[in-house]
Design a protein around this ligand. Structure first.
Ligand SMILES: NC(=O)c1ccc[n+]([C@@H]2O[C@H](COP(=O)([O-])OP(=O)(O)OC[C@H]3O[C@@H](n4cnc5c(N)ncnc54)[C@H](O)[C@@H]3O)[C@@H](O)[C@H]2O)c1
Length: 334
């Protein structure tokens, strides 16, 4: 099949593209290769080009004509939309980038799918949509109307925009709420990467909320496995669904939302311990207050995911962190 993967030079997009290529699919990857973090890492991920079934187009999601032309020319069967401006903290300083990439960009993807009869659009949402929710684990049956960062608000908006297109145009859409993804080729702006770099350079690490935070850390291969299985599960319209009796994760339209998390939240300090063990270095910890926009705990209810695809993430932090460190040391020759 012919896939479009947006954000193919990004962390998750790279891994997903690699798996699709291994399975023999044709993949067109797009990315604007912006400098939110080191561009050389994004370029290195484009070693995907070694596979003749991979084509790369440097394109901004917000480029309306460019996106329309790409969709019209390529006639994709399926679309996996992972490009976005990510990061909670950066959205406090640079709100407009989020509107361009995550709102205008998402609209351009929806329009492309609508006008070119794409069979299935999968797109990345985020655990951050749970915002002020305190009931654990987070369930896709819960309401998510209280985001605490603009990033989270744009991800929630993506779900709403997708629902509209599923309803109006019958476009099958599946939104996947990822929970703190980590692993080889990971993102330099995320804790594991920053901690590893600082510890190898003999510098201290900033530990927010004095380490009193829990995250449902999810290993990237598990995310990819779930995406690969999920792209074959095309949501169907359910005429019997009503707002009163149905889950907010489903609809009368061909629309579905799932959590993809590890469903075993880990204390930040235990995550750091796993890293200390993998590196054989004790971290010098700089205890800091909580950052605006951060949430205290995330935990995914993944039962609906398991019921649908017979798989849920389960790589332990100890195992996943070890694999990240192996990659980091070989990539940076550290
Ligand atoms: N990594 C996580 O923990 C996590 C958690 C929840 C949700 N997500 C979501 O998963 C998706 C993938 O995240 P990631 O961790 O791989 O991030 P990433 O930043 O590594 O990848 C995103 C890619 O999109 C590209 N991009 C950004 N804006 C663009 C634009 N306007 N036009 C074209 N390309 C653009 C970037 O250059 C980047 O390569 C994102 O939608 C993100 O919001 C990630």
């Amino acid at each position: 099949m012919k896939f479009l993967v947006t954000g193919a030079a990004g962390f998750i997009g790279f891994h997903v593209s690699e798996r699709l290529l291994q399975a023999g699919h044709q993949v067109t990857g797009i990315d604007n290769l912006n400098d939110y973090y080191e561009v050389s890492l994004k370029e290195a991920r484009l070693n995907l080009l070694a596979n003749e079934n991979f084509r790369f187009v440097k394109l901004d999601l917000a480029d309306r004509e460019g996106m329309a032309q790409l969709f019209a020319e390529e006639k994709f069967d399926r679309v996996i939309h992972l490009a976005a401006q990510a990061g909670v903290r950066y959205s406090l300083e640079n709100p407009h980038v989020y509107a361009d990439a995550n709102l205008t960009g998402h609209l351009n993807v929806l329009e492309g799918c609508r006008h070119n009869k794409v069979q299935h659009l999968l797109y990345a949402s985020s655990s951050s949509v749970y915002g002020l929710n305190r009931k654990m684990p987070f369930s896709t049956d819960d309401s998510v109307d209280h985001p605490v960062s603009l990033y989270a608000a744009t991800k929630k908006a993506n779900e709403l925009m997708s629902h509209t297109y599923s309803h109006l145009y019958g476009l099958p859409t599946t939104g996947l709420r990822f929970f703190t993804v980590y692993g080889p080729w990971g993102r330099p702006d995320m804790a594991l990467f920053k901690f590893t770099k600082a510890m190898l350079e003999g510098k201290s690490i900033d530990v927010y909320n004095y380490g009193k935070m829990k995250r449902d850390f999810t290993y990237v291969d598990d995310i990819v496995e779930a995406i690969i299985r999920m792209q074959d599960v095309i949501p169907q319209a359910d005429p019997n669904w009503t707002v009163e009796n149905g889950s907010p994760a489903t609809s009368s339209a061909p629309y579905h939302i799932y959590n993809i998390g590890n469903s075993s939240p880990v204390e930040l300090m235990d995550y750091i311990t796993a890293l200390e063990e993998a590196l054989g270095i004790e971290a010098q910890k700089n205890m800091m207050p909580i950052q605006p926009g951060d949430v205290l705990e995330t935990s995914a209810d993944t039962q609906p995911l398991y019921d649908t695809i017979g798989f849920k993430p389960q790589t332990s932090v100890k195992e996943g962190v070890k694999k990240f460190v192996e990659w980091y040391k070989s990539y940076y020759k550290a």
